[in-house]
Design a protein around this ligand. Structure first.
Ligand code: DP6
Length: 385
């Protein structure tokens, strides 16, 4: 019997992946770029147990047994096994029990599938002793998962080969290159999203002319520009491109027929707040980006966290315990109602924001070595069931 547990981070794109040229191989129509978030507050964890006594493969996701017969899961497993170390021997014939958990809401536009597949593939790779890049395998689970294989600032090269061998992620700079960057995740809704990214982007490829323009004319230049901004630690340039790319992605969602709406009124109030604050400061202090859901991800610098979180706290009052409302790294919240009035922003009714996670950029997946880390017990069943 062999048991192994790994964790993998969430990543939030600043240049979005939206659209595939090959649905089965998950090959994108454009390059994308993201920041990998620290696993301290948001991560997916996977335990894999292989045993000669197991009769079938079994899979538990967030404490519910789920059908193993899932194409993406099986594609990842097949690809990892093709690259197994020659020393694996019989291990390759043993059935697997896999248990996976996220410590944040699944499918709410919070990149849960990216972290989940990155955890699955990196743990499988450790089980079978796979060497070299595994991002092209994680890509077979969920496109954005390939970027969670690396820490820091990560680019997914779309590649040109029909088989997708060159469609893989690579690190632009490690987290330590720009340690002052902070990230705020503003959780607007815990609900499962109605229109998945997979379906949304498929429809965009079929119907949106704006998407063609973006892919051909906009993304190549933007990727080069944001890489320059990251290398020079130019926050203003980084922030502006991030916001413009998020806005263009949501414009494409609207240009899709029938359209897909991911942002809601609270998301739009967050956008207005960010622009009002940046204008008041006379410089770009904070950037927003939204994926396929209403939750916002804000990028900012360490020195501005207290003021911006205090302002958010004033505009979006919580209806829960303050310590549950602001989670993650410490923040000093002060009363900023004067600044809010200067910005001419009305407070929202309490509870529009569920909670805020304050985090930073972090490293890639890790294998955990303590037996207490395993999600599966000695009997091969989830400890939490
Ligand atoms: C809006 O990676 O979830 O978050 O490849 O079909 O699994 P599939 O899609 P997925 O799409 C993510 C889209 C996005 C933008 C991004 O992360 O780049």
């Amino acid at each position: 019997m062999k048991t192994i547990t790994g964790i993998a981070p969430v990543n939030i794109a600043v240049i979005k992946y939206w659209g595939k040229r090959d649905e089965d191989l998950i090959l994108p129509i454009n390059d994308s770029l993201s920041c990998t978030l620290s696993t301290d507050f948001m991560c997916a964890k996977t335990t894999i147990m292989a045993s000669p006594t197991f009769t079938t493969h079994r899979f538990w996701l967030n404490n519910k047994e789920t059908d193993f017969n899932n194409e993406r899961l099986n594609n990842c497993l097949t690809e990892v096994r093709k690259r197994a170390s020659p020393e694996c021997g019989d291990l390759l014939n043993w059935k697997l029990h896999i248990c996976s958990e996220n410590n944040f809401p699944t499918a709410a536009g919070l990149a849960s599938s990216a972290a989940g597949y990155a955890a699955l593939v990196s743990t499988l790779a450790a089980l079978y002793g796979v060497e070299g890049d595994i991002s092209a395998i994680a890509r077979r689970g969920s496109g954005s998962a390939c970027r969670s294989i690396y820490g820091g600032f990560v680019r997914w090269n779309k590649g040109v080969k029909p088989g997708g061998e060159d469609s893989m992620a690579g690190q632009i700079a490690p987290a330590a290159h720009w340690p002052e960057i902070r990230v705020l995740i503003l959780v607007v809704s815990d609900d499962q999203k109605k229109y998945s990214s997979t379906n949304g982007m498929k429809q965009s490829v079929l119907t949106s002319d704006l998407l063609k323009h973006r892919t051909e004319k906009i993304v190549p230049g933007r990727v080069d520009e944001i890489i320059r901004a990251i290398k020079m630690k130019n926050f203003e340039a980084f922030a502006k491109i991030t916001m413009q790319d998020s806005n263009q992605f949501h414009a494409i969602c609207l240009d899709t027929f029938p359209p897909c709406f991911y942002m809601n009124d609270v998301s739009r109030a967050i956008i207005e707040l960010v622009h009002a604050y940046n204008e008041f400061q006379g410089t770009t202090k904070v950037a927003y980006t939204f994926d396929a859901g209403p939750n916002a991800c804000l990028y900012l610098l360490e020195n501005d966290v207290d003021e911006i979180v205090s302002l958010i706290n004033d505009i979006f009052p919580s209806n829960i315990n303050p310590s549950d409302f602001i989670r993650g790294l410490p923040v000093k919240v002060k009363n900023l109602s004067d600044l809010r009035e200067t910005l001419k922003i009305q407070p929202q009714t309490p509870g529009k924001l569920k909670y805020v996670i304050h985090t930073k950029i972090g490293d890639g997946p890790k294998i955990l070595s303590e037996a207490s880390d395993h999600l599966l017990g000695e009997n091969g069943l989830p400890k939490n069931l």
